[in-house]
Each structure stands twice: as C-alpha cells, then as structure tokens.
Design a binder for this molecule. Structure first.
Ligand code: GTR
Length: 379
C-alpha cells in the first residue's frame, strides 16, 4: 500500500474503531498493576520500557553542529531571539532541528522550558521574525513543507511564549516534524535515518522514542548556551509529545522537571485499563509511534510486564506535573488519577496531578499554574 493510502486507511480504521471504545466506568474490566520496582532496579524498568513499549534508544551520540541562522530582539526589546540550525549527523546522513530560542533580558542565566511544537516554530509565536522552515507533517505525508501563514501563533495556548518569558523562563522550541515525520514512513527519515540498524528488531526505535531522543540532543546543545541554566530545563509536552516528554524524562535525568499534558495512552494513562483510547486503536492508527513489540500487546495489555505508573515513578525525585482535561475521556482522566495514586502508594514518590477544565487543549490560565509549579519545585 502506498504512503498516502496507508495514511488514509489508518484514519478510516481509527474513526471506525473509535465507535467501539469504552467510555463507561461500569464496563472497566478488573486488572492488576505490576509492582513499581518489585525485585528489579530502575535501570531494569527503563530497559523493560525499551523492550516492550518505545523501542531501543541509540547507544552512541551523533556529531552535532549548531549554526546561528538569525538573531535579534523580540517583544519590544524585552527578550532576545536566536534561530539555530542544530544538525545531527552520523554515517553520512543528517537531520536538522530548527530551534527557536527566546531569552528574557536582565540576568546572566535563566531556567528554560523546552517544548516541541506541531506546526512549525511560528505556530507558537506572534513574532514576525520567526522563520517559516519546511517541516515534515502528518498532514502532508510524504513531503516537507512550510505551514501556511495563517498558522502563525495558532497554538499559542500550547506554548504562550510571552507569558513564559515574563515569568523569567527562557523558551526553546522546534517542530517535532524536524526530528521525525509523524506518519508511517518506514523509519527512513528524520533522526531514524541516522541509525538504520535500530529497525531490524522487535524493539525497534519508533517515533515517540525518536522525539524523546531529540529532546535530549537539544539539551546537549543547551548545555553550551551560557544564558541558559541547563540544570533547570523543564520539558513540556502536549498529547503525543506528552508521551515523548515522559519517555525522555525517564531516560534522561538531566531534565530538571517534566510537564506532561494530555498524554493519554502510551503516556500517563494505564495501558491495562480499558477506558478511552485502547492499545489496539492507538497502534492501528499510529503504527509508527511505538515499537513492534508493543503492537504485540495490542489485544492483551494485561500481559505487559510494565504499566505507565512505573514510568512516572522513574521521574522521581525530579518534579513531574501531570495535567489532563476533566472531560478528556479519550485520555482517561480517571485512569490517570489511578496511575498517579499507584505511584504514590507503591513508591512513596510525589507527583502532581492537575486537572484542568475542558477537554484536550491547555488554556492560558493552566499555564499560569504550570509556571507557579516550576517556580516552587524546580530548584
Ligand atoms: C490522538 C491520539 C492520542 C493523542 C492525540 C494527539 O488522536 O489518539 O493518543 O496522542 O492524538 O497527540 O493529538
């Protein structure tokens, strides 16, 4: 099947499958969660998540080079802006992450929020100087394109740059499509092209893993940026990028805090709980997100050796804020609550749950809470 028809098929089956998804608490089947650690170490838990869910991560680093593409002042001189092309290369192949960085003015160094965006850097900024760079996108499966001008600042609610700067945080963002296209491309493009040997295995390196890995590469770069306090970089991810930020936080202890928003299945909600999106449907609609091994559990999630409360526990003692919309039944708010309870009860580790009004999307008022959380918790 061609790329386009595979894309359409996954949408069709997704929509059809969604009709049979459970959203009734009385139909939730009993399940037993695996212990958070039992007799195994945190390192072993991380390895299990690689084998069973997200796939392996590269063991070697690529070469990295950073070039300043543009810099200037932004937001009436209250912040400076840098646009950097961060190129990762290995084995004669390369992938470039186009970073947009804003730094408030006045102090020597700032904590930062790193958040990938969906529709290109200018989708999260009103700043006319942000470059429109072609990106891979789910919507244009098969090609790299520039999003239309009308997308400028369209996702301000997912990363309100000026509000964040005002509270004294630098902002670092890039389009997730720079790292890996969000469609089933046979893992040939983006950063996957640098490590082709990681595909011929059951626990192959898939897309959520590629996005997570790219966050760490950006953090490598931020460690060289003087105006950013690299020990206080909080990673924020929304929805599928919430899944990736959680996995990145579990693999890379250098992130100072994790803000995980509306991440649902494959993120903070329990795989075993048959409520909202199912493992079956998520793997059918997004066959590239998780490793082949995870697909094997699509019909029998109770056989997984892990569940997502174990992943959250790997964040401790770093601050983790989990946010979910009260009416976002697809992401299973109740299951999220239960997962967090399991983390606290079984591991005695504290995480924070924030339930916002509405469904999936965060609102400006929610961001106020996230920033207050970081002020209080990210030391
Ligand atoms: C949905 C998917 C969710 C969530 C969301 C998103 O279609 O079923 O798991 O990740 O997309 O990322 O927007």
């Amino acid at each position: 099947m061609g790329l386009f028809s595979r894309h359409l098929a996954s949408h069709f089956f997704g929509l059809a499958g969604a009709l049979f998804v459970n959203r009734s608490e009385s139909k939730v089947l009993p399940y037993t969660l695996p212990p958070i650690l039992g007799s195994i170490t945190e390192e072993e838990v991380r390895a299990l998540f690689q084998y069973e869910v997200y796939g392996v991560m590269p063991e070697t680093l690529p070469d990295m080079s950073a070039g300043v593409v543009e810099e200037g002042e932004a937001f009436n001189g209250t912040a400076s802006r840098k646009q950097i092309a961060l190129t990762l290369s290995r084995g004669g192949r390369s992938a470039t992450l186009n970073l947009l960085i804003y730094i408030p003015k006045g102090m020597k160094s700032y904590p930062a929020i790193l958040a990938s965006n969906f529709d290109g850097n200018y989708s999260v900024s009103s700043d006319g100087a942000v470059l429109a760079t072609p990106v891979w996108s789910r919507r244009f499966a098969g090609t790299k394109r520039v999003f239309h001008e009308r997308n400028r600042n369209k996702h301000a609610n997912r990363l309100p740059v000026e509000v964040i700067l005002e509270q004294g945080y630098a902002v670092v963002t890039f389009c997730y499509g720079d790292a890996d296209p969000d469609y089933d491309d046979g893992f040939k493009n983006g950063v996957h092209a640098l490590y082709p040997e990681l595909q011929s295995r059951e626990d192959n390196w898939a897309s959520v893993g590629a996005w997570a890995w790219s966050f760490s590469r950006v953090l490598d770069f931020l460690q060289t940026e003087k105006e950013i306090d690299a020990n206080r970089v909080a990673l924020y991810g929304f929805s599928r990028l919430g899944k990736a930020s959680l996995w990145a936080g579990a693999c890379d202890s250098r992130f100072g805090a994790i803000l995980c928003e509306g991440s649902g299945k494959g993120g903070v909600s329990l795989s075993r709980r048959n409520f909202g999106e199912s493992l079956h449907l998520i793997n059918l609609r997004f066959p590239h997100w998780f490793s082949k091994s995870f697909h094997g559990y699509a019909q029998r999630p109770q056989k997984l050796l892990v569940d997502q409360h174990m992943l959250m526990a790997l964040m401790a003692p770093r601050p983790l804020l989990v946010s979910v919309g009260k009416d976002d039944w697809w992401s299973d708010p109740e299951g999220t609550k239960l997962a967090l309870q399991a983390v606290e009860e079984k591991a005695g580790k504290s995480t924070y749950l924030y339930e916002h009004e509405g469904t999936h999307e965060p609102r400006l008022v929610d961001w106020g809470r996230y920033l207050d959380f970081l002020d209080a918790e990210m030391s």
